[in-house]
Design a protein around this ligand. Structure first.
Ligand code: FES
Length: 577
């Protein structure tokens, strides 16, 4: 550190003064064995860690953080690791999405309240990535994301199986009587056989790819398996780099520009990424004040071919993706086809194009050439119509082509409990041409906008060998799921959106090519039904859930809390000593 840097950073407000307050700030820290020169004005790097044994995807993060610290010390920084709320997708109820914004508040306030000059965001399981990026973005310090990496390929009976995707397939096979319960149970250990997050192109892998395509992670951040030693090397390099970023004052807002979001949307189309990226990126853009809307998802993504052949849309898994060259190959392909903002700045101080222009594709089965895409037009389609005035989305690459233009009779479930009560009933009046409609699963309704939109098909339909039907809801869908599933209908039914007015037997029309979602019921009849509609009673009328329901924005705005939108900066708060 040069003499001129001394006292230059915000941490100097804590550690710099040679007075009573400085004594308090330094002395207690020294109980951890830090030497005097740790407080000499060098950049203090917060390592924001979502380690938790309740978040199995991030359970290796304490060890990974040690590699970040190596890099920080080596580069002349002072690393300080701190925990924040960790959101584990598999265990938390009712849904981690209810807590994404809460965790982001924890991150934002933890960063601002402490002597931190730059921050490494350790992210992995689905919501840990957006919650940490959103919180850090509202402070706008130099920040660098380090994803924890995917698990190794799942293995069962000599075949590769993918997290999530396989469990949906297996559970439907059990329901259809094609798989025994013993075989189903036997697949569990083989699916999750190493540290890391879901290794399909589910939400975690998608968000790790968003980190890299936004320029918020170092090259190859998305795909290096968690168990591969190169993930630890990456952590070491992240530690080195974040110190330089503080010296360069390379803040999040300099990286998260409109150009970065455009790159991310296109990358999402090319990888066949999760629909969850839609709400997360909209919320993140809101935090940094970038003009980026739901319609941008459609506009920017529709000419992007899906070239990555990963489950759930395709055949392979993240480990294969890494060995094929990983996300840099995809970004290069986008750049070669005029679909990348090449000059977008990234956290390593280089442009996106500098980072990816020499990427090589080592396996064209896994990463197809653009001339032989998996899906011609990937991306996310945004639908509108009298059933979704503020928009709804569908992922065409996960849908059945024959169902993308479809008119069918609605079979309506008022809630997910209502669905569970009725779906197995042999007397349920449903056939494969019907449209399954699920209400009250949006941000306010569930609450938290659960991943229940890909509701399983009724057993009597499955028994006919039918694998897909049109499904519509205000819910989200797991990134590892698939099907002709219309999601994120806005406004949601619990907020009085038209979805609340659909009744059994109504005709519903889906036209993905025409971007249309229409309820074939007259305006007069809808007005009559609206008169009779009452909002559902809240599940819990107090605590955080009340704060959430009172303030959550609709899906087309990213489902952030209204008072969290925007950047509040990281001015040093006053001291109470
Ligand atoms: Fe954590 Fe899938 S459950 S990433």
């Amino acid at each position: 550190m040069s003499k001129s840097d001394k006292g230059k950073y915000r941490s100097a407000a804590w550690f710099g003064p040679a007075d009573r307050d400085g004594f308090i700030h330094r002395s207690w820290m020294k109980n951890q064995g830090f030497p005097d020169d740790a407080f000499d004005g060098r950049p203090v790097i917060g390592i924001c860690n979502t380690w938790s044994e309740l978040t199995p995807c991030n359970a290796h993060f304490r060890e990974l953080a040690e590699y970040v610290k190596r890099g920080v010390w080596e580069a002349g920084g002072f690393p300080l690791e701190f925990p924040v709320t960790s959101l584990g997708e598999t265990l938390m109820r009712p849904t981690t999405m209810l807590f994404r914004n809460l965790a982001s508040m924890d991150v934002e306030e933890s960063i601002r309240a402490n002597p931190i000059d730059g921050v490494v965001l350790m992210v992995g399981c689905d919501k840990t990535t957006p919650s940490l990026m959103m919180g850090a973005a509202s402070c706008d310090l130099p920040a660098l994301c380090l994803s924890g990496g995917p698990m190794l390929n799942g293995k069962y009976r000599g075949k590769d199986i993918g997290s999530g995707t396989s469990v949906w397939q297996f559970s439907e096979a059990v329901r259809a009587g094609e798989m025994t319960l013993q075989d189903f149970m036997a697949a569990e250990a083989g699916q999750s056989r190493s540290v890391g997050h879901c290794m399909t192109m589910g939400t975690a892998s998608t968000m790790a790819s968003m980190v890299e395509s936004l320029g918020m992670g170092l090259p190859s951040n998305a795909a290096i398996p968690a168990a591969d030693s190169r993930r630890r090397t990456l952590a070491h390099l992240v530690g080195r780099r974040i110190v330089e970023m503080v010296h360069e004052d390379l803040r999040m807002s300099k990286v998260l520009t409109r150009a970065a979001f455009e790159n991310a949307v296109r990358a999402n189309g090319a990888i066949g990424g999760s629909t969850n990226a839609v709400v997360h990126l909209l919320a993140l853009a809101g935090r940094v004040g970038v003009d980026f809307t739901l319609d941008d998802w459609d506009k920017l993504g529709k000419d992007v071919p899906t070239i990555v052949d990963l489950m759930p849309s395709g055949r392979f898994l993240m480990e294969d993706f890494y060995y094929a060259g990983g996300l840099p190959v995809v970004l290069k392909a986008l750049g070669d086809n005029g679909l990348l903002n090449k000059d977008a700045l990234t956290v390593n101080g280089q442009t996106m194009w500098d980072n990816v222009k020499d990427a090589e594709n080592f396996n064209e089965e896994v990463i197809h050439p653009v001339s032989k895409p998996l899906v011609e037009s990937g991306g996310i389609a945004v639908l509108r119509g009298n059933l979704a005035p503020s928009g709804a989305i569908i992922k065409p690459s996960a849908a059945t082509p024959e169902l993308m233009q479809h008119k069918g009779r609605a079979v309506v479930f008022e809630s997910i409990e209502h669905y569970k009560e009725r779906v197995d009933d042999p007397d349920l009046d449903v056939d494969e041409t019907c449209v399954l409609v699920l209400k009250n699963c949006g941000p306010k309704g569930y609450p938290g906008m659960a991943e229940v939109g890909n509701m399983g098909l009724p057993p009597k339909i499955l028994a006919k060998g039918v694998k897909d039907m049109v499904r519509i809801s205000d819910a989200r869908m797991s990134g590892t799921a698939y099907g002709t599933v219309v999601l994120h209908v806005a406004p949601e039914s619990a907020a009085g959106g038209p979805l609340a007015l659909v009744q059994d037997g109504d005709m519903v029309e889906l036209d993905v090519a025409g971007r249309r979602l229409h309820l074939d019921v007259s305006d007069e009849e809808l007005a009559r039904r609206r008169e009779a509609w009452t909002p559902p009673a809240p599940e819990m009328d107090g605590g955080y859930q009340k704060l959430y329901v009172d303030h959550v924005l609709q899906a087309d705005k990213g489902a952030d809390l209204d008072f969290l939108v925007g950047c509040r900066g990281a001015a040093v708060p006053r001291d109470s000593h």
